[in-house]
Design a protein around this ligand. Structure first.
Ligand SMILES: [Zn+2]
Length: 153
């Protein structure tokens, strides 16, 4: 286990997303526009009509993921939360319909149906960076980092 202490909170952003706006794409736009280096997504709720999440599926290989997409289907967003490190967001969500709930890693393609709201708190000077602890290209760290890089729009 590693941990890193920081005691300074900076700006707080309330992000409102309207119909058709992408959760991760909009968060990336906010991070770029406001030059947010490190922070935390402390809350997020709303509704979606499209959603894309991925889940780990193997105990030994973090690169093998299960991707699930919902298209033109109303979903509630029960929760969004995550961490922004070195301007790269890593966020997870729990979404549900009338019968079930799913939680996973948020990909591009989570599109607002009616409204989504998120609260982001900046942590200036924290200087977080995600680095792999091994050279395994398939490590979770590398995979998430690569996914986040691909997701930048
Ligand atoms: Zn994740």
């Amino acid at each position: 286990m590693d941990y890193f202490e920081h005691n300074k909170f900076g700006r707080t952003f309330a992000l409102r997303l309207d119909k058709g706006e992408d959760i991760l794409g909009s968060l990336n736009n906010l991070i770029e526009k406001e030059n947010i280096k490190d922070g935390v997504v402390v809350s997020g709720v709303g509704t979606l009509d499209r959603c894309a999440l991925h889940f780990v599926t193997h105990l030994e290989d973090a690169s093998k993921m299960y991707y699930r997409e919902w298209k033109d289907q109303p979903l509630e967003v029960a929760s969004i939360q995550g961490i922004i490190a070195d301007s790269m967001p890593h966020i997870h969500a729990v979404v549900s319909d009338q019968n079930a709930a799913w939680g996973g890693h948020v990909e591009l393609g989570c599109r607002t149906l009616y409204l989504c709201e998120m609260l982001i708190v900046e942590m200036p000077g924290f200087n977080l960076t995600r680095v792999s602890k091994n050279d395994d290209i398939n490590s979770t760290d590398n995979f998430v980092k690569n996914l986040v890089k691909k997701a930048n729009i």
